[in-house]
Design a protein around this ligand. Structure first.
Ligand code: ADP
Ligand code: MG
Ligand code: MG
Length: 252
């Protein structure tokens, strides 16, 4: 069981190549981190996997437990067990958080079966308690007027409730304060399981102070250029990405 990315190439609609042959395997049970300088294609990788418009896959494959995800709609990818935090609408005016998550879970139930409301609220509240979320969030419209940290909490709550098999979290480079990082870490750590693979995409080494990844990869100019264990993240914190310049000189 794994999420396998093989020699993935993708361009913008104008033909500019952004992903230049990404190869990565995330087996169930492992937490992988992708780090790398700004503009290296980290977010593009997650958007291509999510099926965002504006990108063209020009080569390579991504499979989810052997299934080709490019043959699936965005909704099918999600039902197949892949969670991409940002695939959910940023704001859903008029729909409460509690009803939004409930509808997502209900839509995954076999036809004719009804989600048990009591059990649902019990598990929702337990997870909100873990994420230190005020109960008033259940009644508020999805993400409407939420602060960056509140949105992040909510994203992690959605992930915990949906219990996906593979989670991809792209921690956008801005606006993640230390509290938000700790919440992401708490959610990720609570969801670690032999049956679940996780990919954390981050510009910041700091997140990895709270989540010990099994593997760390460095992405630069549309490729994975280095892979290692947790020590690689520490090395990057200490030395930055200067080694990329040295390697470019060597290979030039
Ligand atoms: P990262 O997440 O590693 O910072 P991105 O994947 O966001 O990198 O971006 C990689 C490169 O592709 C950057 O040069 C960025 O400007 C460009 N890019 C990504 N998406 C678009 C887009 N929709 N339109 C124009 N340029 C884009
Ligand atoms: Mg960026
Ligand atoms: Mg990014």
């Amino acid at each position: 069981m794994s999420l396998v990315i093989t020699d993935l190439h993708a361009t913008l609609e104008d033909g500019t190549e952004i992903l230049k042959g990404v190869t990565l395997e995330i087996p169930a049970g492992e937490v992988h981190a992708i780090m790398g300088p700004n503009g290296s294609g980290k977010s593009t990788l997650s958007k291509v996997i999510a099926g965002h418009e504006g990108y063209v896959v020009t080569g390579g494959t991504v499979t989810l437990d052997g299934q080709d995800i490019f043959e699936m709609s965005i909704d099918e990818r999600s039902r197949a067990g892949i969670f991409l935090a940002f695939q959910y609408p940023a704001e859903v005016p008029g729909v409460s958080n509690a009803n939004f998550i409930r509808a997502a879970l209900q839509s995954r139930m076999p036809k004719g079966e009804e989600l048990d409301a009591v059990a649902y609220y019990k598990s929702l509240y337990a997870r909100m308690d873990l994420l230190e979320m005020d109960r008033k969030f259940t009644a508020r419209s999805v993400n409407e007027g939420f602060s960056g940290g509140e949105k992040k909490r909510n994203e992690i709550l959605q992930m915990m409730m949906l219990e996906p098999t593979y989670c991809i979290l792209d921690e956008t480079d801005s606006g993640l304060d230390i509290d938000a990082l700790k919440i992401v870490a708490k959610g990720v750590n609570a969801m670690r399981s032999p049956a679940r693979g996780m990919l954390l995409i981050t510009h910041y080494q700091r997140l990895l102070d709270y989540i010990a990844p099994d593997h760390v990869h460095v992405m630069a100019a549309g490729k994975i250029v280095r892979s290692g264990g947790p020590e690689l993240a520490l090395e990057l914190e200490k030395n930055g990405y200067d080694f990329l310049k040295d390697e470019a000189l060597v290979s030039a």
